[in-house]
Design a protein around this ligand. Structure first.
Ligand code: NAP
Length: 292
C-alpha cells in the first residue's frame, strides 16, 4: 500500500487565499485592516526565521505587521510592558510572542499578560483552559494543532470514535492537539518519553500525530496499515549533499511509513505551512470581532 500524501502546502494556500479575501471584505465593509504584532526576544536563528516568515505572510495577505525585537537580556518587566502597550493599541488585533523565550524569563506570565482577545497563538491559559473544558470554546486555538485537525479532515479521516494517538505532550503542540481530538470525539491516548512500549501503542492508532522532535523515530512497522499519520516534527539532519549541509526530516520515517499508512503528511510541506496560515486566519478573525 502506498499512502496518499497530504499536501499541506496546497491546503494552506487555499486557507491563505480565503484570508486575503476576508481582509478585502472586512476593509470594504468599513472595518479596520487586521494587524499582527510580533515580539521576538533574543537572537535564536530559528525564531528569527519563523518571525520573518510570519511577517512576510502578513504582507502577502494584506495584514499589517508590527515587528518588535528585544535583546536577549530584556527584562520580564520590559516584555510585559510592551505586551500591555500592544493590548491597548487598537491597530493590533493579534500579539505573537515568539517561543521559546530566553532562559530566566517567566513564559507563563508573559503569555498571561496578552489580552485573550488578541491571543492569536491560543496559548493564554484561559484559551487553553477553555479548550480543555466540555461545552466551552476558546477564542483562539493554537495554530499548529488546529492545522493538524484541518489536514486530517481534508484527507478524509473519520475522527469520531477513531483511536487517536498523540506522541508528545508539549503545551504548544501535543497537548492542544490531543484536546482538539477529544473535541472531535476521538478516543485519545497521549504518549511521551515515559510511555512503555511506544510502538505497541502507536500500532493501535487509526490517527497518529507525532510531535516529538526526534528525527524519523516512528518507523514503518509502528504504524497500523491504513492509518492517517500527521508528522509535526521538524528536525535538521546532516546531509553533505544538501546545499546548506543539512536537510529537514520529520519525526516519522517517511519512506517506510508511506508504505503502510493510508495517508501521511510530508516534511517539509505538511503541517508547517498550516501553522502560518492558521495564524493569519486567527488574526483576521480577531480583527473581524473587533469591527463588530
Ligand atoms: P517539545 O516541547 O520538546 O516536546 C516533545 C514531546 O515529545 C514531549 O512531550 C516529550 O515527552 C516527547 N518525547 C521526547 N522524546 C520522546 C521519546 N523518545 N518517546 C516518546 N516521547 C518523547 O517539542 P514541541 O515543541 O512539541 O515540538 C515537537 C516537534 O514539532 C519538534 O520537531 C518541533 O520542531 C516541531 N514543531 C513544528 C511546528 C510546525 O509548525 N510544523 C510547530 C511547533 C513544533 P516528555 O513530555 O515526557 O518530555
Amino acid at each position: 500500500m502506498t499512502a496518499k500524501i497530504i499536501d499541506g502546502k496546497a491546503i494552506a494556500a487555499e486557507l491563505r487565499q480565503e484570508v486575503a479575501k476576508g481582509v478585502e471584505a472586512l476593509l470594504a465593509a468599513g472595518g479596520s485592516r487586521p494587524g499582527l504584532a510580533t515580539v521576538l526576544v533574543g537572537e535564536n536563528p530559528a525564531s528569527q526565521t519563523y518571525v520573518r516568515m510570519k511577517r512576510k505572510a502578513c504582507e502577502e495577505l494584506g495584514i499589517e505587521s508590527f515587528g518588535h525585537e528585544l535583546p536577549a537580556d530584556a527584562t520580564q518587566e520590559e516584555i510585559e510592558k510592551l505586551v500591555e502597550k500592544l493590548n491597548a493599541d487598537p491597530g493590533v488585533h493579534g500579539i505573537l510572542v515568539q517561543l521559546p523565550l530566553p532562559a530566566g524569563l517567566d513564559e507563563e506570565a508573559i503569555l498571561r499578560a496578552i489580552s485573550i482577545e488578541k491571543d492569536v497563538d491560543g496559548f493564554h491559559p484561559i484559551n487553553i483552559g477553555r479548550l480543555a473544558q466540555k461545552g466551552r470554546e476558546p477564542l483562539f486555538v493554537p495554530c499548529t494543532p488546529a492545522g493538524c485537525i484541518t489536514l486530517l479532515k481534508k484527507a478524509g479521516a473519520e475522527l469520531e470514535g477513531a483511536e487517536a494517538i498523540v506522541v508528545g505532550r508539549s503545551n504548544i503542540v501535543g497537548m492542544p492537539a490531543a484536546l482538539l481530538l477529544v473535541k472531535e470525539n476521538a478516543t485519545v491516548t497521549i504518549c511521551h518519553s515515559r510511555t512503555k512500549d511506544l510502538p505497541a501503542v502507536t500500532r493501535e492508532a487509526d490517527v497518529l500525530i507525532a510531535a516529538i522532535g526526534r528525527p524519523e523515530m516512528i518507523k514503518g512497522d509502528w504504524i497500523k496499515p491504513g492509518a492517517y499519520v500527521i508528522d509535526v516534527g521538524v528536525n535538521r539532519v546532516e546531509d553533505p549533499s544538501a546545499k546548506r549541509g543539512y536537510r529537514l526530516v520529520g519525526d516519522v520515517a517517511f519512506d517506510e511509513a508511506k508504505e503502510v499508512a493510508g495517508a501521511i503528511t510530508p516534511v517539509p510541506g505538511g503541517v508547517g505551512p498550516m501553522t502560518i496560515a492558521g495564524l493569519m486566519n486567527n488574526t483576521l478573525r480577531s480583527a473581524q470581532r473587533a469591527s463588530i
